[in-house]
Design a protein around this ligand. Sequence first.
Ligand SMILES: [Ca+2]
Length: 221
Amino acid sequence: MAKITYAVAAILLLSCTPDASPQVKVTVDRNTGPDATRDFKFKRVPSPAKDDVAAKAKMTLVVGKQDPNGPGLRALNDGVLPAGEDQPGANFFFDSDTDGGRFLIDLGSTIEIAQVNSYSWHPGSRGPQVYNLYASDGADPNFNAAPDAKTDPRAVGWKLVAGVDTRPKQGEEGGQYGVSITDTRGSLGKYRYLLFDCVPTESDDPWGNTFYSEIDVVAKQ
Ligand SMILES: [Ca+2]
């Protein structure tokens, strides 16, 4: 049964992606072996920043259950990075054997955003990132900041910014992943709210929810 649910989630994810703006660019870097260090240095994706606008944002769990072995959503904007590849205490991740979920980032005011960057690290299938990123300025009269699992965010005032899936096509999935979502026009838009709609990377075992280490939101200069 769980397999069917994940399959549906995967199809929904794919069907959402084409609606994202053609100017949006998703850059994915992966470090393995000795390249994966506590510095999170990538070939193209910038290393995590401490002074990004997400650092002071309010994060709220909207759908799903956080794994009690992690510190919760504050791991995503505390500016602290895991020192090793398997540190539950330094990551946010949804509970084992659950179908991912959604969390909200409230920047407190509308900001022109240049980049949204996400970072993860795990030696196995919890390394890659699979999510849809939605954004809103909250202005739509139908805006719902907390769309439940059955609600398409696009129906309640959200815009799909990008669909992210960093799973390698073949081979081992583990490693340190950096994702940078940008727009060839230099700005993703002016938004106050970001919604991460996260999907497990696999359903072969109960541990498919990604170890998210940090999320950065970079304002346009
Ligand atoms: Ca962190």
